[in-house]
Design a protein around this ligand. Structure first.
Ligand SMILES: Nc1ncnc2c1ncn2[C@@H]1O[C@H](COP(=O)(O)OP(=O)(O)O)[C@@H](O)[C@H]1O
Ligand SMILES: [Mg+2]
Length: 145
């Protein structure tokens, strides 16, 4: 499924639709090149889940935890991982307990496509805006954003 995201308004609306349909245990996997809009979409999802404050890019901290959203959200950026095994060393399983994981650069953590709760979103440039290719894990059937 392809979603056209011509501007930031479309990006925001897409993020809100995802937030309305996600559940604890899911992974929102956001791939795409630098500048594609992964963090922009992550921020929209966080807002949709009730977060009102800043959303720092987790490029340096790797994982930012949001406990007050519904559901709680762990926002990760795996760009700086040298090896997927480092994801476990970060305590990723603990962060994910009872939470949704939003993962930027998911392939650097080994990828999450094998998980039924994985919503795979590949963001790319399209004219002045963006588009997203969306693939739903089995648990997402019937609630695709
Ligand atoms: N749908 C869109 N249309 C136009 N510009 C966008 C869109 N989504 C994001 N952007 C812009 O792209 C830039 C990079 O976005 P960012 O989310 O930081 O990318 P990434 O996290 O993938 O590196 C930002 O300036 C953002 O405003
Ligand atoms: Mg980013």
């Amino acid at each position: 499924m392809t979603v056209d995201l011509p501007d930031l308004v479309a990006m925001e609306a897409f993020g809100l639709r995802i937030a309305a349909n996600m559940r604890a245990g899911d992974v929102i996997s956001l791939s795409g090149p630098l500048g594609a809009g992964k963090t922009t979409l992550a921020r929209a999802i966080l807002r949709g889940a009730g977060h009102e404050g800043e959303v720092p890019s987790p490029t340096f901290t790797l994982v930012e935890m949001y406990d007050a959203t519904n559901p709680p959200i762990a926002h990760a950026d795996f760009y700086r991982l040298d090896d997927p095994s480092e994801a476990a060393e970060l305590g990723l399983d603990d962060y994910r307990e009872g939470a949704v994981l939003i993962a930027e650069w998911p392939e650097r953590a080994g990828g999450f496509a094998h998980e039924p709760g994985c919503l795979r979103i590949a963001v790319s440039f399209a004219d002045d805006g963006r588009k997203a290719i969306v693939e739903c894990g089995a648990d997402w059937l019937g609630r695709a954003p």
